[in-house]
Each structure stands twice: as structure tokens, then as C-alpha cells.
Design a protein around this ligand. Structure first.
Ligand SMILES: Nc1ncnc2c1ncn2[C@@H]1O[C@H](COP(=O)(O)OP(=O)(O)OP(=O)(O)O)[C@@H](O)[C@H]1O
Ligand SMILES: [Mg+2]
Ligand SMILES: [Zn+2]
Length: 312
């Protein structure tokens, strides 16, 4: 699998053997490369649904094309996914329905216990521990400080009967902020960022439109300034004009706060607009990953070609 080369270093490989005419190659030194430490590193993430049997003990299922075991019916929804995410970067994840996109982010957010694999985040214990093996209490801490999640279905991410400010307060309290005045100030600030009128901050999200609910979810996910945000089909089901607003918002948050994001979408327009790099999933496997422009303009894998040509 190809490893990520930051944009400003792309082409450094060709420059590594200096040719006499070129003096530019000296600009890229080994220490420049060391500076880029991945925020998130995922190795061999696999998730099986079903009891499993001797035949499907490994995610490869003995060379079967499908991710479904022909003997016991178990499904390997994610099969040995390995990738990294750099600080402030947006990684797009695309693939047809059932390719394992939601399962992947749910495993990263500990909504589901991954069957195998490891995950490290550089801002937690210097990236030295596999987060999948942490205690439930530590996982709660990580969910409150290191990651934010925006679900496709806002009912999963919000308490619809709490006030919007209360939703944010809940997240702040979980991170040991107890000063009522400051909590309110922060809630107002966050809701302002996502353009929810202050006059409505005490209304429950159940009163809001779909686009507004997604914006409250985004502000809640950002409450404790996590370096990593996971967004699953965040614009799916919204009107085109509302979609555009939510996408603009995500872009400006990324620019302003430099949050790294994993953006899951089956909409290649969304991926084109947001993602620096893109990963293509099929039947739980990564079939292709690279710079978004390259993936969309010049897809190499037949499956990506099909996806790009049928959907663009
Ligand atoms: N809780 C579960 N129990 C059993 N199978 C599951 C479960 N969750 C997901 N799966 C299966 O895992 C595979 C991947 O599902 P997943 O929801 O991750 O796909 P997706 O790429 O997010 O699809 P979509 O684009 O439709 O949201 C599918 O075959 C699905 O049926
Ligand atoms: Mg999904
Ligand atoms: Zn099986």
C-alpha cells in the first residue's frame, strides 16, 4: 500500500538522486520528512459480524471475492485496513453501500469493538498505545478529548429533547468543565460558529431542520477541541442548498481550527470538495488510496473507474 507523501514533498523521490543541473533537491532534507508525524495510524483494522468458522478465520476468506463467508454466512465488514491521517488533513472514504465505511468509523470511535487491528493517536500517550485495548473509562476519555463524531443520523449524535446548549454542556461536563457561566459562553460560541442563532440555543434540536441538526452535531463534536473529527455521510439526505452550507462550514472549520477529519461519503462531489486524500473501499478492502485529484481524474483500479464514471 502506498504511503502518504505530504503535498509539499511530492516529487521528493525523484529529487532524491540529485542531478547536476538541479539545486532544488537540497530543499528537502530528511529532517523535513520527520516533522510530519501522523496524527492517526490505523493498522490491520478488521471487523467481522457473525460467529465465524475455520473457513473464514482470516479476513481474506481464502481468496473469496466476497467478504461473506460461504460456509457460515459471517461478514468481514472491514478487512485489514491500514492508513494514516496527518494533522489538519481531510481523508475521504468512498465506496458502494455495504463496503464497510460506517463500520470503519464506528470502530475508530469505539461504538463497535474491532475484531482485530490497532489504532494510535499521536496526541494520546505519544501514539505509543493501541487505543482498541484501552479500558472503557479511557475510551470515554478519548471520545471526549481526542475525537468528535458526527453521525449520518442526527438522532444517534444528539439528545433531541435536551436544549442545544445542553447537548454541548453535556460534552463539556464529560471533559470536567463545571463552571456554569463558562459552559454557557462556550456553547454560545460554538453554536455561533455553526450559525445557530443565539436566540435558539435553548431550544431542543428536535425543533430544528435536518441541516440545523447536523450543524448542532458538528458544534457538539467540536466542543472539546478534538484534533480529530469523524463525519459519516454528514450531508446525505439534505437539500442541495443546505448541503452546500454544511460543506462550507466543514471547510471553514478545518481551515480555522486545523482539525483533521475522516469524511465518509458515497457522494464524490463531497469528496472532491473536501478531501486532500481519498481511500476507496470495496467489500471491506482498500482497493485504492491516494491524492483525491489523482483518484478522481485518473483512477487506477477498475472498481474506482466504475465508481468515478458512473457517479460523476
Ligand atoms: N451490526 C451489524 N451486524 C451484522 N452485519 C452488519 C452490522 N453492521 C454492518 N453490517 C454489515 O457490514 C457490511 C458493511 O456495512 P456498513 O454499514 O459499514 O457499510 P457502508 O459502507 O457504511 O454502507 P452505506 O453506504 O450503505 O452506509 C454490510 O454487509 C453490512 O450488512
Ligand atoms: Mg454507512
Ligand atoms: Zn465462516
Amino acid at each position: 500500500m502506498e504511503s502518504y507523501v505530504p503535498e509539499e514533498l511530492a516529487g521528493a523521490n525523484e529529487a532524491a538522486v540529485p542531478d547536476e543541473a538541479s539545486t532544488d533537491s537540497a530543499a528537502v532534507s530528511a529532517s523535513d520528512i520527520d516533522v510530519e508525524i501522523p496524527l492517526l495510524q490505523v493498522r490491520g483494522l478488521s471487523q467481522r459480524f457473525g460467529p465465524g468458522c475455520a473457513y473464514c478465520a482470516e479476513p481474506t476468506i481464502r481468496g473469496e471475492e466476497s467478504n461473506r463467508c460461504p460456509r457460515c454466512g459471517s461478514i468481514w465488514a472491514c478487512r485489514s485496513l491500514s492508513f494514516e491521517l496527518y494533522p489538519g488533513e481531510i481523508l475521504g472514504v468512498v465506496g458502494e453501500s455495504g463496503s464497510g465505511k460506517s463500520t470503519m468509523v464506528k470502530c475508530l470511535y469505539f461504538d463497535e469493538q474491532a475484531s482485530a487491528g490497532s489504532m494510535t493517536v499521536s496526541s494520546y500517550e505519544n501514539g505509543s498505545v493501541n487505543l482498541f485495548t484501552r479500558s472503557a473509562q479511557q475510551k470515554r476519555y478519548i471520545r471526549n478529548h481526542v475525537m468528535g463524531m458526527v453521525y449520518q443520523n442526527p438522532y444517534l449524535g444528539l439528545r433531541m429533547n435536551f436544549s442545544s446548549s445542553g447537548n454541548i454542556a453535556e460534552k463539556l461536563i464529560a471533559a470536567d468543565h463545571f463552571h456554569v457561566g463558562r459552559i454557557r459562553e462556550r456553547a454560545a460560541d460554538l453554536l455561533g460558529k455553526v450559525e445557530i442563532p443565539l436566540s435558539r440555543m435553548d431550544e431542543p434540536p428536535r425543533n430544528f431542520s435536518g441541516g440545523m441538526q447536523q450543524r448542532v452535531q458538528i458544534s457538539k463534536a467540536l466542543a472539546n477541541n478534538p484534533p480529530l473529527l469523524l463525519l459519516d455521510e454528514v450531508t446525505t439526505g439534505l437539500d442541495l442548498s443546505v448541503q452546500a452550507k454544511v460543506l462550507d462550514l466543514i471547510r471553514s472549520i478545518q481551515r480555522e481550527l486545523n482539525v483533521a477529519m475522516i469524511v465518509v461519503s458515497h457522494d464524490l462531489g463531497v469528496i472532491r470538495m473536501l478531501a486532500n486524500r481519498t481511500m476507496v473501499l470495496r467489500q471491506g478492502l482498500i482497493v485504492e488510496q491516494g491524492l483525491t485529484d489523482q483518484i478522481l481524474e485518473d483512477p487506477q483500479h477498475p472498481y474506482t473507474q466504475l465508481l468515478v464514471h458512473s457517479l460523476l
